[in-house]
Design a protein. Structure first.
Length: 291
């Protein structure tokens, strides 16, 4: 059994991106420029955006965080998005989710110019992805693909069972793994799936992305399966300084011994998502997808 080391893979890809940025700027091009928009005071979002800013600096990107107050109206946010869409200096930008309840996330996502949508959330990008056209891929699915690639995990002809059908993880990863080059036979399970245990137990590759802590137990896993855990549930803990710890969607201690490969939480898929954002920002800087 191999524990997939997301930190190691992320560090390796970060170096590759930094080398490409250095090469680009040595040839006189500007470093890619990413803007992150943060509305309100959500603690987790502030942490994520801080990590993104730090990673940008590490790979040599320019970056800015645009902090807006909790009371920002949807209209005001849409006006900022319009400004970023039109600013030729800005290669790509993200609006950190979740947004305050009075703002429609869908309206915000659809207001972003698809050419600058480095989160890959705009319907133009998801549509292009599903059609197998070049697009900005959403971070978590792309991170999973990078892990499979790095560890040379065979996917062709394998039965991949995805648990969870979210727009940002379950459905895109299911679609991508069914495409040419990955060639999985894919099943998506969700809250209405019948015989979920049996379906999951038939998976050669199981991707748990339902957001329920320790949902996947050893009896649901075929011996030798590859298990990718996308869950990140915060639970109170008296053993950590912060007072909480992260749990995945997989009961790691009992599932790991049955697997060929498994991702831990934290340190599996998590560290990869920022790298995917960096990959998209590099593509945006090079005008690689839309010219
Ligand atoms: N909130 C949690 N993950 C993400 C992400 O990948 N992008 C954005 N914009 N918000 C998030």
């Amino acid at each position: 059994m191999t524990i997939i080391d997301g930190k190691e893979v992320a560090a390796s890809l970060r170096k590759e991106i930094a080398a490409e940025v250095a090469d680009m700027t040595a040839k006189g091009a500007k470093a890619p420029y990413l803007v992150a928009v943060l509305v309100g005071n959500d603690g987790a979002s502030q942490t994520y955006v801080g990590h993104k800013e730090k990673c940008c600096a590490e790979v040599g990107f320019r970056s800015t965080v645009l902090r807006l107050p909790e009371e920002t109206s949807q209209e005001q946010l849409l006006a900022e998005i319009d400004r970023l869409n039109r600013d030729p200096e800005v290669d790509g930008f993200i609006v950190q989710l979740p947004l305050p309840g009075h703002i429609s996330e869908q309206a915000v996502i659809e207001a972003i110019d698809p050419r600058k949508d480095v989160d890959g959330f705009h319907p133009v990008n998801t549509g292009r992805m599903v059609s197998g056209l070049p697009s900005y891929l959403p971070a978590t699915p792309d991170g999973i693909l990078s892990l499979l690639r790095y560890y040379k995990i065979e996917t062709a002809g394998k039965h991949c069972v995805v648990i969870g059908r979210s727009n940002i993880v379950g459905r895109p990863i299911a679609n991508l793994l069914s495409q040419k080059g990955w060639d999985c036979t894919v099943t998506i399970c969700h809250s209405r799936t019948k015989n979920l245990k049996e379906v999951v137990a038939s998976g050669d590759i199981v991707i748990a992305a339902l957001g329920k802590a320790e949902f996947v137990t050893a009896d649901m896993i075929k011996p030798g399966a590859v298990v990718i855990d996308v869950g990140i549930t915060r639970v109170p803990s008296d053993k950590t300084k912060s007072g909480w710890k992260l749990l995945g969607d997989v009961k790691f201690d009992e599932v790991a011994p049955k697997c060929s490969y498994i991702t831990p939480v934290p340190g599996g898929v998590g560290p990869m998502t920022i790298i995917s954002l960096m990959k998209n920002t590099l593509k945006a800087g090079r005008k690689e997808i839309y010219g």
